[in-house]
Design a protein around this ligand. Structure first.
Ligand code: FAD
Ligand code: SF4
Length: 337
């Protein structure tokens, strides 16, 4: 049995300081970290409990009209906060599509951002080939079961997907992650645009994000709400609840009558990070929302897809999910493909 020390941080500076000790990790709700520890996938020496730091558990408005969601806000509280529900319904829908109500009551926003992949070969230490868990050991999923794995942006080193629903909505909304740490700038703080927060696997699949060692996520900032009227989060999964996405789509539109002024589309369940469908967005921007064009845009979003032997179905599934999510975001519930 491994000895693990436990320390409760009282403030951000104390948490960052404590995290400099060898083998230290932050613990938020613990819904992912403790599972990984029980399975021997994560073996920290020190747990730094951040859940008692004051000031990180609130949702506040920003001078620019956006909002700041503290890293310790529980997923259920974030989903049901009036500002989020009314101004960022896409995010509320994505939160509520994730996990179960019991888990959402524990899970924090910061922890959700850093939850690790659900690749079975990563989560089970009986498998010895996993570049994410044991760098240089190989990737069992390449020749093994890969039905749930990536079709975009993967590498020969790793084909895992990011499992977070919340993060797909944050990608579409162009959120910004606020972090504090020893090397985070003169004030010990820096911001990371959401598109730069999660990484593609490349030749370092063991690194999920651009967060530096010992950096604490303090909040997520959302820009002013532009998409409150027309947004939809669509999650396609093997069963109706308590399952990770095979494919998900966060669609957010600014509409001028029948025209799309601005489209934002992000995909989940298809890549190592939430995947912005920029080509599809560009094909829809400034255009009337015609079904033929929408199908072309969905095809463009998957143009670079490279499926594995068990998951070619995801390509068409993602295309259809984009069409459906965009139609639903536009308020079109009839005649959608
Ligand atoms: C059965 C089950 C089903 C699930 N289904 C879904 C699903 O459908 N969709 C979905 O999106 N998620 C799902 N989840 C995952 C769940 O959303 C995550 O476990 C949860 O969001 C993690 O948050 P946490 O606060 O518990 O993180 P923790 O487990 O406490 O931490 C996770 C990681 O983040 C780090 N960390 C935590 N907070 C910070 C911080 N502020 N700064 C820096 N590092 C930090 C920890 O060190 C750890 O590495 C499911 C989980 C379970 C167990
Ligand atoms: S896909 Fe990634 S996480 Fe899964 S076995 Fe391969 S290297 Fe490990």
């Amino acid at each position: 049995m491994d000895a693990i020390s436990y320390e409760r941080a009282g403030d951000v500076a104390g948490a960052v300081r404590a995290a400099q000790q060898p083998g230290a990790v932050f613990i938020g709700g613990g819904t992912n970290l403790l599972d990984l520890m029980k399975g021997g996938v994560a073996r920290p020496l020190r747990l730094i409990d951040i859940t008692h730091i004051s000031g990180l558990d609130t949702v506040t408005t920003l001078p620019n009209g956006g909002i700041r969601i503290g890293a310790l806000v529980r997923n259920s509280d974030a989903a049901n906060h009036a500002l989020v529900r009314e101004q960022y319904p896409l995010l509320t829908q994505a939160f509520l599509a994730g996990a179960s109500s019991q888990l959402r009551n524990m899970a924090t926003v910061g922890g959700n951002l850093l939850q690790r992949t659900r690749c079975g070969y990563f989560c089970d230490t009986a498998f010895t080939q996993c570049n994410k868990r044991i760098p240089g050991s190989g990737c069992a999923a390449l020749e093994g079961h890969n039905r749930t794995h990536a079709i975009l942006g993967a590498s020969p080193q790793c084909i895992a997907v990011n499992p977070s629903d919340m993060s797909v909505a944050l990608a579409a909304l162009d959120a910004v992650v606020r972090v504090s740490g020893p090397i985070s700038g003169p004030a010990g703080e820096r911001t990371i645009p959401f598109a730069d927060f999660h990484r593609l696997p490349g030749d370092r699949p063991d690194i999920d994000t651009t967060l530096q060692a010992g950096e604490l996520i303090t909040a997520v900032d959302l820009p002013p709400p532009l998409f409150s009227a027309n947004a939809h989060y669509l999650k396609v999964r093997d069963r109706a609840s308590y399952a990770f996405a095979l494919v998900s789509v966060a669609a957010a539109l600014q509409m001028d009558g029948d025209h799309v002024r601005t489209a934002r589309i992000a995909l989940g369940g298809v890549a190592h990070k939430p995947w912005r469908a920029s080509a599809a967005e560009q094909m829809l921007n400034g255009q009337p929302l015609m079904q033929a064009r929408l199908h072309e845009a969905a095809a463009a979003a998957l143009h670079d897809a490279r499926p594995q032997h068990e998951n070619a179905f995801k390509v068409q599934l993602a295309q259809r999910a984009i069409v459906r999510a965009v139609n639903l975001a536009a308020g079109r519930t009839r005649g959608v493909a």
